[in-house]
Design a protein around this ligand. Structure first.
Ligand code: HEC
Length: 171
């Protein structure tokens, strides 16, 4: 009788040891099992509704006006030229804002992204002070300098509009 009881005790002890191990294992499985699911669903939850991302125009379609270009050039001369140069070719202070290298950085992005970059990052030595109108105007000037044609209407200050215009170095 005594022997049998001690065997039971040993078995129970063994089980007691196994239980936490099992728990840990299950917890791990649970974590691993749910992680990819959470990752997969995150971008979908964060992404704006598809309609907002839809690109409806390209920079080849005349997305700014000649008048705006004039204002943009003035703004450029007073706010940007000291670093990016009178001819937009850049220099010691800054990168070029025309040509292959520049377009490579912005192709497949939206005009809205370019406007916002200027608004939030430029001038690099004191950003965040330009109005949305100034940023739209100066962006019109940059588009013109990169050979994208003028059209009949101003480039909007509304990001929802400019986010739908695609920068594309080829027609
Ligand atoms: C104080 C000097 C300075 C001034 C003034 C300045 N920038 Fe810049 N800009 C820079 C520097 C430096 C960079 C490169 C930043 C980097 O690579 O992180 C840059 C980068 C840029 C870029 C990105 C270029 C690319 O190839 O992606 C744009 C667009 C730009 N500037 C626009 C402007 C506009 C528009 C103005 C005027 C409103 C302006 N900058 C004024 C220094 C300046």
């Amino acid at each position: 009788m005594k022997r049998v009881a001690s065997r039971w005790l040993m078995a129970a002890g063994g089980l007691a040891c196994l239980v936490p191990v099992l728990f840990l294992g299950l917890a791990r499985l649970g974590a691993e099992g749910s992680a990819p699911a959470a990752l997969a669903s995150a971008p979908a939850a964060d992404a704006p509704p598809a309609t907002k991302l839809a690109v409806t125009r390209s920079v080849w379609e005349g997305v700014y006006s000649k008048e705006q270009l004039g204002r943009g050039q003035k703004a450029y001369n007073s706010l940007c030229a000291r670093c990016h140069g009178d001819n937009l070719l850049g220099g010691e202070e800054a990168t070029p804002l025309v040509g292959k290298e520049f377009l490579k950085n912005w192709t497949a992005k939206s005009v809205g992204a370019l406007v916002e970059y200027t608004r939030k990052e430029m001038p690099s030595d004191g950003p965040g002070k330009l109005s949305r109108q100034q940023c739209a105007d100066v962006t019109a000037f940059l588009l013109s300098a990169n050979s994208f044609p003028a059209g009949s209407a101003d480039l909007a200050t509304d990001l929802e509009v400019t986010n739908q215009i695609l920068i594309n170095d080829k027609k």
